[in-house]
Design a protein around this ligand. Structure first.
Ligand SMILES: Cc1ncc(COP(=O)(O)O)c(C=O)c1O
Length: 441
């Protein structure tokens, strides 16, 4: 039996799995040079905005995601803010968000003055639980933000049905899910809005960027206005209708994104091929399990990170964190379930750090908090975070199938050495959960 790299042996994976990220080529260089020489570096430089690179990308990406309208913005956090404002979310309203996500899903809600209500996730998919949503709805609830965690589409049928029943807006957080499909429809406009991120690590990137999608003409107009300092399309340039920020994407960003979109289908297919192969083998391995996937429902799974489960019982005392430490030492990038801890565990929430007045979380009349995040506890999210969830980054799956064989060999090596690992762990070499992200940051 080969000695674990963690215990001084040779790492099994000596060369990178997959490809370095981001991927770019002559197409991006050419498009960026075009912008430079045009002297038109913002979308407003064109008489018809739709002729700008931003305008053209909005149409192309909306069509790709099966949506009618796209409103490009500066980043994914502001895509959420723009959608929330256009959805009519205002101070004092409540918006339901999942515990397992990136913090921006909740902070975007607070940034528009509303109250994020954080609820538990489904143990099978790690996505927001429709039952938990239903239990959290009250007279203040105005919207829901289901996050397609890791790119795995949420149960949008159940979520839309709840929204309809209670008169709520649905904003899909699609930061991880460019190209993912739910029953043959791409995510992003299955709810009222979809918000995407094009930040550096995402499966399509221009460093920073975002877009809001919708099928609704009126909502699209509002989102456009909130992106553009409160202007209305077709009205004079110096006429303003809303309190709104400048969220405009630049031509530089929009030069890069179509080139990225061109490559996306092939990348999604390569990733799908590799994870299908990996999942088939994981099902045969003791101790590790992929998330269950119903191919009739999740018809396309474009993922930002690929979550899988560590089955603690089978490992007879070896913890998930010791397993990840050993796997990393073998040369495999891996992390603790995407973004790590349930979001309410951040100092922001634990210290109730909402400014001098605390408004609107603190009622100005009775000075009492409307919600105390120190009391929020989501048992499934806690268990998943502490003991079960493991993730691989997306770029790891852009290589040949032989990469999956190397990955499986590393997993097998760690499994076979579990007695050694248990001894290592019992000697007290490991500490608290290492919150390494899947990108290794
Ligand atoms: C689920 C989720 N929502 C929103 C965002 C925010 O996107 P951005 O970093 O572009 O602001 C991210 C970024 O990682 C994310 O993972």
């Amino acid at each position: 039996m080969a000695k674990l790299a963690l215990l001084g042996g040779e790492p099994l994976v000596k060369e990178r799995l997959g490809k370095p990220w981001p991927i770019w080529g002559e197409e991006e260089e050419k498009a960026l040079r075009e912008v430079l020489h045009s002297g038109l570096w913002w979308r407003g430089g064109y008489a018809d905005w739709k002729e700008s690179k931003v305008g053209q990308f909005e149409d192309a990406f909306a069509a790709y995601q099966h949506a009618r309208w796209g409103i490009a913005v500066t980043n994914g956090t502001q895509a959420l803010e723009c959608a929330l404002k256009a959805a009519g979310v205002e101070p004092g309203d409540e918006v339901i968000v999942p515990a397992l996500t990136f913090v921006a899903t909740a902070t975007s809600v607070a940034l528009v003055g509303a109250i994020p209500r954080i609820v538990d996730v489904d143990p099978q998919t790690y996505n927001i639980s429709p039952a938990a949503i239903e239990a959290a709805i009250n007279e203040h609830t105005r919207a829901l933000i289901p996050v397609h965690n890791g790119g795995y589409p949420c149960d949008l049928e159940a979520i839309n049905a709840l929204a309809q029943k209670h008169g709520l807006m649905v904003i899909e957080d699609c930061a991880h899910a460019h190209g993912s499909e739910w029953k043959g429809r791409r995510v992003g406009a299955i709810g009222h809005f979809g918000a995407f991120s094009f930040q550096q690590g995402k499966t399509m990137t221009c460093g920073e960027g975002g877009i809001v999608l919708t099928n609704d003409d009126e909502l699209a107009e509002k989102a456009y206005s909130f992106m553009h300092i409160g202007r209305l399309s077709g009205r004079p340039f110096y006429e303003f209708h809303r309190v709104a920020s400048n969220l405009r994407m630049t031509e530089w960003q929009a030069a890069v994104l179509p080139c990225q979109l061109q490559r996306l289908d092939e990348q999604v297919e390569t990733r799908e091929r590799n994870i299908t192969y990996l999942a088939e083998h994981l099902w045969q391995m003791e101790g590790l399990q992929p998330l269950p996937r119903d191919r009739e429902v999740v018809t396309r799974w474009s993922f930002y990170y690929w979550n899988f489960k560590f089955l603690a019982e089978a490992w007879e005392g070896v913890s998930r964190d010791t397993f990840l430490e050993a796997l990393r030492a073998e040369g495999v990038p891996c992390g603790v379930g995407g973004h790590g801890r349930p979001i309410y565990r951040n100092p922001l929430f634990q210290q109730m750090n909402f400014g001098r007045t605390g408004f609107p979380l603190k009622c100005p009349c009775c000075n009492r908090w409307r919600i105390d995040y120190r009391e929020v506890y989501c048992p499934e999210a806690e268990r998943i975070y502490r003991t079960e969830a493991c993730s691989f980054p997306h770029a790891m799956f852009l290589g040949p199938q032989s990469d999956m064989d190397r990955l499986l060999a590393a997993l097998q090596k760690v499994w076979e050495n579990r007695d050694e690992l248990r001894r290592y762990q019992d000697e007290g070499e490991t500490g608290a959960i290492t919150e390494i992200t899947v990108e290794g940051r």
